[in-house]
Design a protein around this ligand. Structure first.
Ligand code: SF4
Length: 482
């Protein structure tokens, strides 16, 4: 708790003697800085009860916890607030006002922006947050709340229910699936029906209701999509599926081809740099490899921002210097929602760079689509594929498809989320603790963090280049592997 947050609710209050009254700790993992704390605080003798997300800078924390702008009070927030009001009323605490506080996405951070000494330098709490009185909405649903609490109490006093794990039920914990996923799914086969790629609506529930619990139980008549159909064929034949269209789909990315990957801040409530807005995408790193006609792969360039200023213009300029003026196809993995969309954002931001950036964007092709439309590897169909970034994520595909390829040799950064977190640690001067082989602990150095970020992004472009090379090897247009 710091004066910035108190000012949200009590603009102008004297907060020198701020007294925090902890009412409830939702999870006792105090070291987890994303853990929400229910607490009250006293300012000028008035007690305010607030659900506070302690680590504002953590990814999406405020968005998850406090609502979204100008939308009707979402059911899940309403339910949460109703229960809190019900508890407080039961303790004879009179609640005269209930407000939802949410981030104004249009807020632009003024100078001087973020610094390691002052996370909130220049921020204006009353503009950064919006407030909405919701007491009437909450009060009108009091009877529903009473009934809901009754249901909770009956559930708590009864027998522990038999619960069947499923991807839907067990997702949502920080970092993905519930911590007990491995134990709860120990008896499930690798072709468990929950592994099915991109299930539509209640597809998995319907299949289970028909007694189809394994992919090997399914038939094409079960209304499967093309990737799902390939999964079933792969499991039933116990072999990889390679479609005949692979060769023609690869034509548009014939080598030599540049492989490109971006890392960027996204979904972060607190704007970091002056001029940025909440949740705005801020690219800070890229890497590029070239797959040559002879099958060799070269690392041809990279960029990693210093973090001392808004990195977007320099990012755009370095990208142009590396890629504009050449005509090889540019290949990225999941390009539409990542690289292409980041470049579109930069085009809007820097009109003077728009022509060059537009030329680069027009050359970008997505090797994920080529892979997804043509290949199903038997080895990818495992329970583990449910966890992580998804069935066709680079982390699932590259180690299964490319012999000897692994992400296990990376340091502190081994996925996109860790890259964001590490960039934060770098610019806020809050290095993580590293445990040495002999058990001693120390803070990571800035150089280690930068090296780790560089190694991770480079690994991703190496992965896509290797995937491209292997796809070519499966067709008659394969380059000679010289
Ligand atoms: S994995 Fe977690 S959420 Fe899922 S059934 Fe087991 S304990 Fe419950």
């Amino acid at each position: 708790m710091d004066p910035f947050h108190v000012q949200i609710l009590h603009p102008g209050a004297q907060v020198r003697n701020l007294q925090i009254v902890e009412l409830k700790t939702l999870h006792q993992r105090d070291h987890d800085r994303r853990t929400p704390i229910m607490y009250g605080f006293k300012v000028d003798c008035e007690i305010t009860v607030a659900e506070y997300i302690r680590e504002v800078k953590s990814t999406g924390a405020i968005r998850k916890g406090m609502g979204t702008k100008d939308k009707p009070l979402k059911e899940k927030y309403a339910r949460d607030v109703e229960i809190q009001w019900w508890v407080a009323s039961g303790c004879n605490i009179e609640i005269p006002s209930i407000e939802l506080i949410y981030v104004d996405k249009k807020y632009k951070r003024p100078d001087p922006g973020f610094s390691s000494e002052d996370l909130f330098a220049g921020m204006e709490p009353k503009n950064f947050f919006k407030r909405k009185e919701i007491f009437r909405e909450i009060r009108d649903s009091r009877e529903d709340t009473q009934a809901e609490v009754g249901r909770y109490l009956r559930a708590l006093s009864g027998e522990e229910p038999e619960v069947e794990p499923s991807k839907k039920l067990c997702s949502g914990a920080p970092g993905g699936l519930c911590d007990f996923w491995e134990q709860c799914t120990a008896d499930k086969p690798d072709d468990w029906v929950d592994v099915l790629y991109y299930p539509r609506g209640k597809q998995i529930t319907c299949l289970k209701n028909e007694g189809k619990n394994r992919l090997s139980d399914l038939a094409i008549e079960d209304g499967l999509g093309p990737e799902q159909g390939r999964m079933i064929r792969s499991v039933q034949a116990d072999q990889d599926i390679i479609e005949e269209t692979l060769g023609s789909d690869l034509r548009k990315i014939d080598p030599p081809a540049i492989h490109l990957d971006f890392e960027y801040l996204a979904g972060v409530a607190l704007p970091i740099f002056a001029g940025t807005r909440p949740f705005e995408v801020v690219p800070f790193q890229f890497s590029a490899h070239r797959l040559n006609e002879d099958g060799s792969i070269d690392h041809i360039g990279e960029f990693l921002a210093t973090g001392t200023e808004d990195p977007r213009q320099k990012f755009a300029e370095k990208l142009i210097a590396l890629l504009d003026g050449t005509d090889e196809p540019i290949v990225a993995y999941n390009a539409k929602s990542a690289e292409k969309s980041v470049i579109e954002g930069l085009i809007k931001l820097y009109p003077e760079l728009a022509v060059s950036l537009g030329r680069i964007n027009a050359r970008i092709e997505d090797v994920l689509i080529v892979f997804r439309d043509n290949v199903m590897l038997r080895q990818m169909i495992t329970k583990e594929s449910i966890n992580g970034g998804g069935f066709f994520s680079l982390k699932n595909v590259a180690p299964a498809f490319v012999d000897g390829f692994t992400y296990d040799d990376l340091g502190v950064v081994s996925n996109g989320g860790a890259a964001m977190e590490t960039f934060f640690q770098l610019i806020t001067d809050e290095p993580p603790i590293i445990v040495e082989a002999d058990g001693t602990k120390r803070h990571a150095t800035k150089k280690e963090l930068r090296d780790s970020l560089l190694a991770y992004c480079k690994k991703d472009t190496e992965a896509t280049a290797e995937i491209h090379k292997k796809l070519l090897a499966l067709t008659d247009i394969a380059p000679s592997h010289g």
